[in-house]
Design a protein around this ligand. Sequence first.
Ligand SMILES: CC(C)(COP(=O)(O)OP(=O)(O)OC[C@H]1O[C@@H](n2cnc3c(N)ncnc32)[C@H](O)[C@@H]1OP(=O)(O)O)[C@@H](O)C(=O)NCCC(=O)NCCS
Length: 186
Amino acid sequence: MADINKKPVSHSRTTITELMLPTHPNIDNKIVGEVLLSQMSKAAFACATRHTNNFCVMVSMDDIEFVQPIEVGEIVNSKASINYVGNTSVVVGVRVESENLKTGMVKHTGSGYFTMVAKGDDGRPTNAPGLVLENEDDVRRFLAAMIRKEVKLLGKVQFNEKIKKINVFEDIKKLKKERCEIGFEW
Ligand SMILES: CC(C)(COP(=O)(O)OP(=O)(O)OC[C@H]1O[C@@H](n2cnc3c(N)ncnc32)[C@H](O)[C@@H]1OP(=O)(O)O)[C@@H](O)C(=O)NCCC(=O)NCCS
């Protein structure tokens, strides 16, 4: 059946902007990660809810990175757009930029990918509209999201297989090269 209920990426593109004040949690005038993560997740929520017209809940955050510090007094923009649509889930990519108001310099300070699930009035996951990709970047982001999903799933399977095989008595030898020591009687 044709999916007539598609929406373009531009329909739900969302930016949340905030001035970083001295009252924001900070250390040495640099804004702490929780402030940025909070703004990023609000942008992801607003973007996913705009796309689906249903309240969305977050199921997963992936590849969260903070690459440069943000100073008190800078403006922070969290720019969110739908990268991928599954059945009931959407992946929202969020790019964080800070702007120095005096110099006008804009820095890319972080990014992350939020999987959000649309919930219907009955509280159960409900189908999200499909996505109209409007340019080459949208296509690249959709393909990248497919790869991220596949790699994550594969990584999860491999991780679970490996941790099942941990033999503490055998594997303790591996710690010799690590920067730790056994601090109790073995
Ligand atoms: C989100 C939630 C409703 C999913 O319920 P569920 O019964 O597991 O539903 P499903 O298994 O059908 O999964 C729904 C979708 O989520 C996706 N999903 C579930 N877990 C996921 C994970 N860890 N990472 C990525 N996607 C995930 C599924 O792939 C599916 O996507 P699709 O429909 O596009 O294929 C449920 O897990 C929940 O309520 N979690 C708590 C959310 C929350 O409170 N978040 C914090 C506050 S916003």
